[in-house]
Design a protein around this ligand. Structure first.
Ligand code: AQP
Length: 336
């Protein structure tokens, strides 16, 4: 029987703070689910993280912690390539070439650039604007057919596709044009617990807005207890009219695997107090084994380092192939 060739898939998470349950639900939890079906390549995106000011010691710590979290969430280094973005220089090299076919107009229109420029007005740097070009390089280097991301990254993914098509048209077929793999059901966009009109973000200055993957039980329960809902008392999924309640239902649905309709039925007639407590308990219960496994891994730093070093070598081999092709296509003299 003919063996089916697996497609490649790339995704990354920035070590720009403690990872939230939003990052987990929208991205990381899907990573392990996809590893049998695809050739998965997952990165800790430290090059992206420095587009916003990072404290160097915290960045180093967050990088190691995120690698351990990937492993604790079931990503298997025997099945996937797991590495740190700055360990593979081809990401920067390809992004330079892609910069020459990307236009300032399209980059300055990106929602994330506008949001982050407003949020970090004192540090609107070129890297922040160039973020989507580096992201395109990440994906295109591995000829990824699929990119599992939260809905917030959809616009960047479209730019990646545009750049791939533009390059292929100008220089001949070089890149696979990737598709987004965005959750069809809810969960693609988890909102802040403190302000359900904004997405949950690890760099939110209000810590009540997010729950991190490493948060302790008491803190999780307290944050859910304080979560913003609304003045009526109906527990119903309606993101337009009831964004706070719908966000909590989405989180409950994501951690229990129950359908949204079943979640609504389960809480019918109950008060917000009971509802919020149940969501908090469920999240705390679900995170406990991941936290324990992550702590175990962090106690064995040599193992985590070996995973990232082997991952970088494997990523480098794939990336080098695409980069050499790109260099040839654009006309760089090889000296051979
Ligand atoms: N609130 C969210 N709901 C669902 N998915 C989300 N993602 C992020 N926030 C949510 C998804 O998580 C993956 C990793 O994201 P990232 O760290 O690379 O960058 P981000 O999207 O900018 O995440 P944050 O938490 O908002 O980080 P900061 O605060 O540093 O900007 C992506 O697939 C993303 O879609």
């Amino acid at each position: 029987m003919e063996e089916k060739v697996k497609s490649s898939l790339f995704s990354a998470v920035q070590p720009s703070g403690a990872v939230t349950i939003g990052n987990y639900i929208g991205a990381i939890r899907n990573f392990a689910r996809l590893q049998d079906e695809y050739n998965c390549i997952y990165a800790v995106a430290d090059l992206h993280a420095i587009t916003v000011k990072q404290e160097p010691a915290a960045l180093r710590r967050n990088t190691l912690e995120l690698m351990a979290l990937f492993l604790a969430c079931g990503i298997d280094p025997k099945k996937c390539i797991l590495f740190v973005q700055s360990h593979v220089s081809a990401h920067c090299e390809l992004s330079w070439v892609l910069n020459t076919i990307a236009y300032p107009g399209e980059l300055s229109r990106m929602t994330q650039f506008k949001d982050k420029s407003a949020k970090h007005a004192e540090n609107v740097n070129m890297g922040l604007m160039d973020y989507p070009v580096l992201m395109a390089a990440d994906i295109l280097l591995y000829q990824a057919a699929l990119v599992p991301v939260g809905a917030d990254q959809k616009q960047h993914l479209e730019l990646t596709r545009d750049l791939a098509i533009r390059f292929n048209n100008r220089f001949g077929q070089t890149f696979t044009v990737p598709e987004g793999y965005i959750l069809k059901d809810s969960g693609a966009r988890i909102m802040s617990l403190a302000d359900p009109s904004r997405k949950m973000s690890k760099s939110d200055e209000n810590p009540n807005g997010f729950v991190t993957m490493g948060e302790d039980r008491d803190s999780i329960l307290r944050k859910f207890k304080r979560a913003v809902t609304d003045s009526d008392s109906e527990i119903r999924y309606d993101p337009e009219a009831k964004p706070g309640v719908s966000n909590l239902l989405t989180i409950y649905h994501a951690f229990t695997g129950k359908s949204l309709a079943d979640c609504e039925r389960e809480f019918a007639g109950k008060g917000y107090g009971d509802f919020k407590a149940a969501v908090g308990e469920t999240v705390a219960d679900a995170l406990a084994p991941i936290q324990a496994e992550k702590a175990r891994l962090l106690a064995d730093k040599a193992y985590v380092n070996s995973v990232m070093n082997e991952g970088a070598s494997a990523a480098f081999r794939l990336a080098r192939k695409t980069l050499s092709k790109v260099y040839r296509k654009v006309g760089f003299y090889s000296g051979e």
